[in-house]
Every structure is written in C-alpha cells, then in structure tokens.
Design a binder for this molecule. Structure first.
Ligand SMILES: Cc1ncc(COP(=O)(O)O)c(C=O)c1O
Length: 360
C-alpha cells in the first residue's frame, strides 16, 4: 500500500522528503557508520545536529538573541506545570481558556498558585475565541497564558491580547512554524513537535532571558528548571536525540520551501479550499466561528452521528486516514499541517462532494 493522506491531529504527517532522507541515513549517518539513534548525545556529530537545528529554528522564526531555545522532553503537558513552577514569582497568573488545552493548563497552574481565568469560551463549547480586546489583567500577574491554536475545536486568535509589561505565554503546539510570528511579543513560546515539526517526544521552549531565573518555586525539580536546561544547552540529561535530528531535517525542509511566509501562504490556500467547500455545503458544516477559524485543524460535522460514522468509514477506502474528530467532540476533523500537500486537501474535498451527492 502506498502513502495515505493522513489528517491526524498528532502525531501527524511529516514531509516525505524528510522521511526519505532519514531512511537513507538510517544505517550510516554522514559517514559515522551508525544511526543517529545509536549515537552518543555527547558526540561531535550530535553536537552539530542540535546546534544546526537551533540555528535553523532561530533563522526560520527570527528569534531575537535575548531568547533561549530549549529542546526538552515531557510533552507540552509537562510545560503546563513547568511554566507556573518557573514563572510564578508572585504566585499569580491570568489564563484565557479557549479550549481543552488551555483549560488543562489552567487547572494545572492552580496547583502552584493563584491562577485566574480571565476569559472563557466554554459557554459555547469552545467554538470561538473569547474577545480579548480591553481585557483587564492583574498587574501582579507573573504572566498571561493562551493556547494560540486549540487543536480540538479548530480555533485560533485573530488578534493577540495586549498584556502590557506582563509576559505573554503561548502554547503553539498545533500551529508551530505554520506562519511567521513576532517572537518579541511573547515571554515564552512552546509546543510539542509531534504535530507540525517532528516525532513525538520533543518539546520546544523559546523563553526570554529575564524569565530564566533561579528564584523558581522551591519544589521545582531541577530537570524542570529552565536554568538547568539553559546552562546545559538542553543536554542536562539524555535528550530525545533522534527526534531532535528529525526536527532539524524539517527545519531544513522549511528553509528549502522558502520559510514561514511561504508556508503561511500555502496553509491559507489549503485551508480556503476546505472552508470554501464547507461554507457552500448543504450536508457538512464547520463548527468553529468563522473569524476564529484555524488554518491547521478544521473540525466539521454533518449533524447526524450515523452519517459522521459512515463518512469516517468510507473515507478510509479513499486513502483518507484519521479524519475522525477528537473523542470529546465527535464529528470529523481534518488537520492540515505544513506537510499535508494541497493535493491531500483536494482529495478530501472531492470525497466530501461525492459523499454529499450520495447522502445529501
Ligand atoms: C494545543 C495542545 N497543547 C498541548 C497538547 C498536549 O501535548 P502533549 O501530548 O505533547 O503533552 C496538545 C496535544 O495534543 C495540544 O494540541
């Protein structure tokens, strides 16, 4: 069987060129006579892999020099705890809750200090992003937290909150490197890489120097302190070495593709194909509010659980995989990350049209 169009929310599709290169280098990486998987993380070839990966990420995102880049383990979920532990000096933080992921992060932060929910869209099942214009933040808050792209509900912020001098922390797991972003607007940017960058097991944290401090909450495990990881250049213990290598290949692929502005253009084009179809369909409908629609995750329903199930089952025989919505919301969801080709979205829309004709 050939490759399918994989619409999984994560782990997710990776660029075929990257997979081919990894396969070609599997037994002998660059004349070392071994796989990167077998290589000491203290070796020269691996030092070059992680240093090049960081340099390429800095170039792609135009990360200013006063930000540190960390390649960590523990998933985005570990950062739900690490962020309050490292940043809560006043033991106060303001959270905007726009979906399950920001809600989980908010709940976790409550274990460590006074986390306050300043806005929520739970009243309408997180189908929109709360209005953040003019939101009043606690002047003593150590940070304001958002999840910039809510993977399950397919929403993204049309505009960022103005937090003044309070550091803005963002979870970009499901939109990492999908478009350019102004890093200097944030105190900390982080995400698991398994959606848009690489294999599960690597979490990237981009943190401003002034937030890497010794005065963390006293019980913070040393491995979870940003100071530990910054001093050790992410090599405090054995890092997810092979995953970092794949991330590095994806960074090179992105540079060859023309960088993040080009990716954003491609992503807008792909998303428009799907949203334009949904907007005229008499059977399917997108579930997120139009203004807040994500370019990466597109949830949709028919309105009938039976038809949804039939669609998911029939999609499989058309080479369309992992199109089922998250178990908490049902329906369908197409995740159309950087590595999903336009042809994949076109194949999905063609199948939706066929399904609508047969079942409408
Ligand atoms: C936006 C967002 N944040 C956090 C997570 C949790 O990530 P992890 O499984 O890496 O802990 C996910 C996972 O799917 C996610 O989509």
């Amino acid at each position: 069987m050939g490759r399918v169009y994989n619409f999984s929310a994560g782990p997710a599709v990776l660029p075929e060129e990257v997979l081919r290169q990894a396969a070609a280098e599997m037994l002998d990486y660059n004349g070392t006579g071994m796989s990167v998987m077998e290589m000491s993380h203290r070796s020269k070839p691996f030092a070059s892999i992680i240093e090049t990966a960081e340099a390429d990420l800095r170039e792609l995102m135009a990360i200013p020099d006063n930000y540190q880049v960390l390649f960590l383990q523990g998933g985005a979920t570990q950062q739900f705890a690490a962020i309050p532990m490292n940043l809560m000096r006043n033991k106060k933080a303001d959270y905007i809750v726009s979906g399950s992921w920001s809600k989980k992060a908010f709940k976790e932060a409550q274990l460590y200090g006074e986390a306050r929910c300043v806005a929520s869209s739970e009243d309408e099942n997180f189908s929109y992003v709360p209005d953040v214009t003019g939101l009043a933040f606690d002047a003593e808050a150590d940070y304001v937290y958002i999840c910039q792209n809510e993977t399950i509900y397919g929403t993204t912020y049309p505009a960022l909150p103005d937090t003044g001098d309070i550091p803005l922390v963002t979870d970009v797991s499901s939109m990492f490197l999908s478009e350019p972003m102004d890093v200097s607007r944030f105190g900390l940017i982080y995400g698991g890489v398994q959606k848009n960058i690489g294999p599960a097991g690597v979490t990237i944290v981009i943190v401003r120097d002034d937030l890497v401090r010794e005065d963390v909450l006293p019980f913070t495990p040393s491995i979870m302190r940003y100071t530990t990881q910054v001093k050790a250049k992410s090599l405090s213990n054995t890092p997810p070495a092979y995953g970092i290598y794949i991330c590095g290949l994806v960074f090179q692929w992105l540079k060859e593709m023309g960088g993040l502005a080009v990716m954003a253009e491609r992503n807008r084009e792909k998303a428009a194909i799907l949203y334009d179809y949904l907007d005229q369909s008499k059977l399917f409908r997108g579930t997120a509010r139009k203004e807040d629609r994500s370019l990466m995750n597109v949830p949709f329903v028919t309105g009938s659980d039976e038809l949804d199930a039939l669609f998911v089952a029939e999609a499989k025989s058309h080479g369309i995989e992992s199109i089922k919505g998250h178990r908490s919301v049902g329906g369908m969801r197409a995740s159309i990350y950087n590595a999903m080709p336009k042809a994949g979205v076109e194949a999905l829309v063609a199948f939706m049209a066929e399904f609508e004709e047969n079942n409408g």
